[in-house]
Write a protein of this length. Structure first.
Length: 348
């Protein structure tokens, strides 16, 4: 009024809202975390640039690491000191990534391992063979360190990383280096079979199974030999849980691969695609020992039945002479029950 313009009250600006992301959505959170390290490659770029330079150096980081003497070009150094490992991971993956892996917060370590799995799947990493090899070496070293982490989610993330890192490793990693790394890691996975957490047990069993089944990795013979070595150790060190999970892993491998009868003159080393009575009978003998629990003896009996079905009683009998007469009678009873079931099925 009176020629003066009225002043309208100005409402305060609305507060910025966070992206519509549920806090309990772990997968979406992991994708956001990984996006801080990588971004999609430009359409015409041969080697993509990264969003954050400090987060992930380019492909020249592998040569820098080699010149610094942190990692030989032909092998993974599992005896590397923690300080050298931190320096190598920093050179290849960036300071932020290495700092998160050393964080006292377990969720940061688990996120970093999950992001590393996503990095190994990235197309720009697959296009750069040399940098991909250095990233794979980081995976192998971090697996060796974190597979026995005291926090279960960190341990689970490291076990999940194994299959991602080693699925296509035969295409860009030298065979001696690959098999040496697998020889170290397979023992770590077998040790995880004795952990009390069922989820860790199953993840470790899948890693052992993957190392035996996937082409170009350890193969069936080496994995069975490592499992037998662990099972043959003293009960106090191996434990009932580890014995049970080892036999479950052996039974799974016997179910996946076909069996065959081998002569005494044949090599007792299992082939990469078949097993014989010489490969499975030692597990039956150790699993049916008097000190084993009922569930361990039950899995050993399942392996014996599978062995009898594949090679026959005459082929497996000489391998079981060390069993007590009561255990031999039990095996014969299983054999008779199986024959009766077959006759009833045919009659029906």
């Amino acid at each position: 009024h009176g020629g003066h313009a009225s002043v309208q009250p100005v409402s305060p600006p609305a507060k910025a809202t966070l992206p519509a992301l549920a806090q309990d959505d772990a997968q979406a959170e992991n994708r956001m975390f990984t996006a801080n390290f990588t971004r999609a490659a430009p359409p015409q770029a041969a080697v993509p640039q990264l969003q954050l330079e400090e987060a992930m150096p380019d492909g020249n980081a592998s040569s820098d690491a080699a010149q610094a003497g942190l990692m030989p070009e032909d092998c993974v150094d599992f005896d590397m000191r923690p300080d050298d490992l931190h320096a190598f991971v920093t050179t290849v993956l960036g300071l932020r990534f290495a700092s998160l892996l050393q964080s006292p917060r377990w969720d940061n370590r688990a996120k970093a391992l999950g992001a590393l799995a996503n990095v190994m799947r990235a197309p720009w990493v697959e296009a750069d063979r040399r940098h991909r090899t250095q990233c794979w070496r980081c995976c192998a070293l971090l697996l060796n360190r974190y597979v026995h982490d005291q926090i279960m989610p960190v341990q689970q993330a490291s076990l999940d990383l194994f299959q991602v890192a080693f699925r296509d490793a035969t295409g860009f990693v030298a065979k001696p280096e690959l098999r040496r790394s697998l020889g170290v890691l397979i023992d770590r996975f077998i040790e995880c079979l004795g952990y009390p957490n069922p989820q860790i047990q199953e993840s470790a069993r899948l890693c052992v199974h993957f190392a035996a089944v996937h082409p170009g990795l350890l193969g069936l013979g080496v994995v069975l030999a490592r499992l037998h070595k662990r099972l043959a150790e003293s009960t106090q060190r191996c434990g009932e849980t580890a014995s049970f999970c080892i036999l479950v892993a052996v039974n799974s491998l016997a179910r996946h691969f076909p069996g065959r009868v081998a002569e005494a003159s044949d090599s007792r080393d299992a082939a990469e695609d078949t097993w014989t009575q010489f490969d499975l009978a030692p597990f039956v003998v150790l699993g049916l020992a008097d000190h084993q629990s009922a569930r361990v003896r039950g899995v050993a009996m399942e392996i014996a039945v599978r062995l009898h079905k594949a090679v026959g009683w005459d082929a497996m009998l000489p391998m079981l002479t060390t069993l007590r007469p009561a255990k031999m009678m039990l095996l014969k009873q299983k054999k008779k029950k199986k024959k009766k079931k077959k006759k009833k099925t045919k009659h029906i």
